[in-house]
Design a protein around this ligand. Structure first.
Ligand SMILES: [Zn+2]
Length: 666
């Protein structure tokens, strides 16, 4: 028996070490299969002996339904922090702290060190308090609750793979951490969840305060530890020492722990985090600034509710709630009818938000939205505002109905997958206008001056109904447009005429084939060399093009087989539109630019940088965005800046626009 117990202790220790390597260090040293073998051995021994060690990794597995939550009183309170909403309030706190130390030192023999601060991130999750006993065994996990008393969630905590079940310390201690859902875990969960989570914080809170342990596990929580709340013997003199202990014992941290000596350095740290906020894999809502020296901390003490030696600098919220006033349905270029939420205007991260995109009816149903209800709105960085879900309250609301007919032309809508489509591609005005604008856009046919307003005028006043109609417009017709002077008509005519010999890749992109963007258009031009070859191509031939998959290949076949498209392409040719494929002529194996890395910078006469890169690509060069030692040539136009300087510094060849023109003439 004792032998078996000995073996169990050894197995538990080894398995816990492997788990730490896997979850915390992200550096597994053994194959999963080896782990599974040892794990099964331990399970068998536990069954044979009828004993389970409290730190056994088998305790992590959750499938149980628990009865309820017991209350737990923390050995040391989890304080809430004073908050600074702006730099002035923060500066006042720093000044207060420095004054305190100066005054203290004037009155006392044993002076405090001059203030040194530590910055950590303020995580947007749920605070937890874990207790480890004299044997280093995790004996209790609790939520923060009101800071004095929380709820026991030991079993839930044990499902989190990165939390050590046993550590090497022999003094009882309590450690504080923040349980959170990473953005990755959040999105993965929402992909398959019947009811999507509204934000990562709710996701984490709902996982820990859940009696169904399987659900807790499913959310893949992470905990970052940052504080020892209580430890027998009180062995630390600074926050640095405390943090070193936390890391030594194998507790996961987020890695950000920054010292600041003064207000300027604190501000720097805040800026740094504001900048990184959107790229982190977890949500933060501010920065916590605390004093490093623990003796200074205890000299400063506490107000009724918070420590005087700490402050939280709050970031602008990225999320808020507001009322959903209605839903507007609009037709896109592809005929897809898309809902937009109309919101009671609300300030969010520096802008007023009054609209948010919704994908389709499925999205609306999944999120439980109805007109009149309150919703969670999120906006981070420059991302378009998004509705995360409905607020559970009893406000009266009206269900959102899917439209049955096109809001613009009245054609009955066709459901395809989760989306609704207006299939009246010929005379549904918003589709037509957007198609014309896309066709004329810079990376397509590059007809200057065709804005959405102009395209609308063309449709309303000149009855354009397809893209080829551009090329049958006469100067008289253009001059007859309302609000149009001779000059504008001439410019439009010139722009239309000037667009007749586009690059083949731009022409393919201009056609607006579903799922064919710039990159695919380029690949197709490269592979087929001419429009005629594409019109004759089979599905298999399309599939041979790198990165063209089943969906795109089918879209291409469908497109070119359509009678309307064939007519339209013939008409474009008759009207003089003649796509050019310079790569067919220029890209010979001995062309000096083949395979050369070229960086284009500055502005060029009459061509955009994109078009210049397009030309280079057609010659077999590889255009890139930034200059490095690997760059072969920097081609520069007017107002070229740092890239040109860098090229010169690195000794990379450079060529001005004039030299380029000269060189092209041969
Ligand atoms: Zn329509």
């Amino acid at each position: 028996m004792e032998e078996k117990l000995e073996r169990m202790r050894a197995l538990a220790k080894t398995l816990n070490q492997y788990a730490k390597e896997y979850y915390t260090l992200d550096a597994p040293t053994v194959a999963d299969q080896h782990y599974d073998n040892l794990y099964r051995q331990l399970q068998e021994l536990e069954a044979q002996t009828g004993t389970v060690l409290p730190w056994s990794p088998t305790q992590r597995v959750g499938g149980d339904l628990l009865k309820g939550f017991a209350k737990y009183t923390h050995r040391a309170p989890l304080w809430s922090l004073d908050k600074a909403q702006n730099h002035e309030e923060l500066a006042a706190w720093v000044a207060r702290t420095e004054r305190f130390v100066t005054e203290y030192n004037a009155k006392n023999e044993d002076p405090l060190p001059s203030p040194s601060y530590v910055l950590t991130r303020k995580f947007d999750g749920l605070s937890v308090n874990l207790t480890y006993d004299e044997d280093g065994v995790l004996i209790m996990g609790a939520t923060r609750g009101n800071g004095i008393t929380g709820e026991e969630v030991t079993r839930q905590i044990k499902t989190i793979g990165s939390i050590p079940l046993k550590v090497e310390s022999d003094a009882l201690f309590e450690i504080h951490g923040e349980a959170l859902m990473t953005k990755r875990a959040f999105h993965a969960y929402n992909k398959t969840a019947q009811t999507p989570l509204k934000n990562t914080r709710n996701g984490a809170a709902g996982a820990l305060r859940n009696l169904n342990l399987a659900e807790t596990r499913r959310r893949h929580l992470t905990v970052f530890f940052y504080d020892i709340g209580y430890q027998e013997g009180a062995p630390f003199t600074s926050y640095h020492e405390m943090m070193a202990f936390i890391k030594d014992q194998g507790f996961p941290t987020d890695g950000y722990f920054k010292t600041a000596k003064n207000f300027a350095q604190i501000e720097e740290g805040i800026e740094e985090n504001l900048k990184d906020r959107s790229t982190l894999d977890f949500d933060i809502d501010g920065v916590v600034i605390v004093l490093d020296d623990l003796r200074t901390r205890s000299a400063m003490g506490y107000t009724v509710k918070s420590p005087r030696w700490a402050i939280a600098y709050k970031f602008e919220a990225e999320e808020t709630t507001t009322a959903l006033l209605g839903v507007e349905w609009n037709v896109g270029r592809s005929g897809r009818v898309v809902p937009t939420a109309l919101l009671a205007p609300v300030d969010l991260a520096g802008v007023t938000v009054s609209r948010a995109t919704l994908n389709n009816m499925d999205d609306i149903r999944r999120k439980g939205l109805a007109v009149g209800c309150d919703v969670y709105v999120r906006r981070s960085n420059d991302v378009i505002p998004e509705i995360m879900g409905a607020v559970a309250n009893d406000k009266p609301s009206v269900p959102i109905e899917a439209p049955t007919h096109c809001p613009s032309c009245g054609t009955p809508l066709t459901p395809i997958g989760a989306h609704l489509f207006c299939e009246n591609t010929l005379s549904c005005k918003p589709q037509l206008v957007k198609t014309l604008v896309h066709f004329a856009s810079r990376d397509a046919m590059n007809i200057e001056g065709v804005s959405e307003a102009t395209a609308t005028q063309f449709v309303d006043e000149l009855y354009l109904s397809k893209v080829s109609d551009f090329y049958s417009l006469t100067l008289d017709q253009l001059s007859s447009l309302s609000r149009t002077k001779e000059k504008r008509a001439l410019n439009l005519k010139k722009a239309i005429e000037g667009s007749k010999r586009p690059l083949l890749s731009n022409f393919i992109y201009a056609l607006g084939i579903p799922n064919v963007g710039r990159k695919t258009a380029r690949d197709l031009a490269e592979a087929f060399g001419s429009l005629e070859a594409m019109r004759r191509a089979s599905r298999d031939e399309f599939l041979e093009v790198p990165e063209v998959g089943e969906v795109v290949a089918q879209a291409l076949v469908d497109f070119f087989q359509s009678e309307a498209v064939q007519k339209e392409l013939d008409r474009l040719r008759t009207l003089g539109v003649d796509p050019q494929n310079p790569s067919a002529q220029l890209k010979t194996p001995d062309h000096p630019l083949v395979g050369k890395i070229v960086v284009v910078t500055g502005s060029f006469e009459g061509v955009s940088r994109n078009q210049m890169e397009e030309k280079l690509r057609a010659m077999g060069a590889i255009p890139q965005g930034s200059v490095s030692r690997k760059t072969d040539l920097v081609l520069y136009g007017e107002k070229a800046g740092s890239k040109l300087e860098k090229a010169k510094a690195l000794g990379v060849d450079t060529m001005s626009e004039a030299e380029w023109m000269e060189w092209m003439k041969g």
